[in-house]
Design a protein around this ligand. Structure first.
Ligand code: COA
Length: 409
């Protein structure tokens, strides 16, 4: 079966996580993604290694279905090869520190001149302004995008979330921009510049906290468990703070992840009172309506916990869902990697790799009926040099050896 992006070619200058997460999605959608690495390779090939002489999981889990070539963009011959190559690609993506591609000698104006159909996407930490020239990593973006100040408990410090909303979250925003630009090119014949800042992407994901910042002007946030409010949205622990209250309640046998996150919609109250053995509260005006419960949500979840603590989180999941009550057991990473349903959905997949044996990775989360993704291993460093330089660009085989000896590739 064909793929959605068959025939689309991506010259992938990304490294670490944010950029690679974006180009991996493009590869799963069927694009030919050629990753260009300095001859020393993406730094993550060697970071956090679990096996001495094999590409790290950090690298293999973010670079599936791509090809790899090496190219020293600071050498004259390297620049020539790039100039020859760029006309053959539809999309170029990079997430170097600010100004790095310009310093290589290829600002946007020059790239446009070389290939007017090129879509050129960049991920940076920040937009235009005082921070433009600053580098950024995941938690920097969480800090400056509104996530950290609103995550954690009221009496504790700001917290980073484990989900990589700054890196992979930004990568997904970049994918949206790239695909839209590709579609617009169908009409205009012109490529365009796509830029996404990590701070902006996190802010987009923290949108509802800006909603609450404005609601604060009209009084306390009743849906928050906090008793006192200042002039900024407080950290609210595990409260959703949204239209339907939720909290993580403890379950048996009381391990660190033996919790279920329970949401009490208006229709959920009656079955919950039955399950927890408090039918005396079903119709009690002090408890029967969402408004009546609003000032005692902590007591409500405490009562639910007095019940849930006697059952495993999977039993609680089943019992609550029997009554259509939305809830989610807190799954550990070990439980997730062993989860049969995630494997059946190809969200946890095993991939053979020549250096590592088989590694496990997270599959393609976007499912297309006419363009199913098949996860293939990440490339070894420079594995496709010959394909691109010799077969495609017509570099002589002897020169390839020379280029390698001279540090050009
Ligand atoms: C992630 C980040 C902080 C890493 O910083 P870093 O390790 O210092 O690396 P940089 O990206 O700044 O640049 C590395 C250098 O390698 C050079 N380089 C990269 N690929 C090259 C190649 N193929 N050939 C020659 N030089 C190359 C760059 O030109 C740059 O050199 P310069 O600064 O002398 O111009 C930085 O890349 C960044 O802020 N990126 C944007 C935001 C981002 O994506 N962050 C999240 C990462 S998950």
């Amino acid at each position: 079966m064909g793929k959605a992006l068959d025939g689309v070619r991506v010259l992938d200058f990304t490294h670490v996580q944010s950029g690679p997460s974006a180009t991996q999605i493009l590869a799963w959608l069927g694009a030919d993604v050629v990753k260009v690495e300095a001859p020393t390779g993406d730094i993550t090939r060697k970071q956090l290694r679990d096996l001495p002489d094999a590409d790290s999981l950090y690298f293999t889990m973010l670079n599936c279905n791509k090809r790899s070539i090496t190219l020293n963009m600071k050498s004259e011959r390297g620049k020539e090869l790039f100039t020859q190559m760029i006309g053959k690609f539809d999309i170029m993506v990079e997430n170097f520190g600010p100004g790095a591609v310009d310093r290589m000698g290829f600002p946007w104006e020059k790239l446009q001149e070389l290939n007017p159909r090129l879509i050129y996407a960049s991920i940076k930490g920040f937009g235009e302004g005082p921070y433009t020239h600053y580098k950024a990593y995941e938690v920097v973006a969480q800090a400056m995008g509104g996530s950290m100040s609103t995550t954690g408990f009221e009496d504790g410090p700001p917290l980073a979330t484990g989900a990589q909303i700054g890196d992979s979250g930004t990568g997904m925003h970049a994918v949206a921009g790239i695909l839209a630009a590709l579609y617009q090119r169908e009409q205009t014949g012109r490529g365009q510049r796509v830029t996404v800042a990590m701070q902006h992407a996190v802010l987009n994901l923290a949108r509802v906290k800006l909603r609450d910042q404005q609601r604060l002007a009209h009084g306390p946030l009743k849906e928050y468990p906090n008793k006192e409010f200042g002039d900024t949205v407080p950290r609210s622990g595990n409260a959703s703070g949204g239209g339907q209250p939720g909290w993580a309640v403890r379950c048996a046998p009381g391990g660190p992840n033996d919790y279920v996150y329970v949401i009490v919609q208006p229709v959920g109250w009656e079955p919950i009172t039955q399950l927890i053995g408090r039918t005396d509260l079903t119709e009690d005006p002090e408890w029967a309506t969402p408004e009546a419960r609003l000032n005692k949500l902590d007591k409500m979840f405490q009562m639910i916990e007095e019940w849930s603590i006697n059952h495993s989180k999977y039993d609680v999941l089943a019992m609550l869902n029997k009554h259509n009550i939305p809830c989610g057991p807190i799954l550990s990473t070990k439980e997730i990697i062993e989860d049969e349903s995630l494997r059946a959905n190809e969200m946890v997949v095993d991939v053979p790799h020549p250096q590592r044996g088989t590694f496990t990775t997270v599959g393609m989360p976007i499912k297309l009926s006419d363009s199913p993704a098949e996860v293939e291993r990440s490339p070894l460093l420079g594995e496709h040099n010959k394909d691109i330089y010799v077969q495609e660009l017509g570099v002589a085989e002897e020169e390839l050896t020379e280029l390698s000896a001279n540090g050009v590739i």
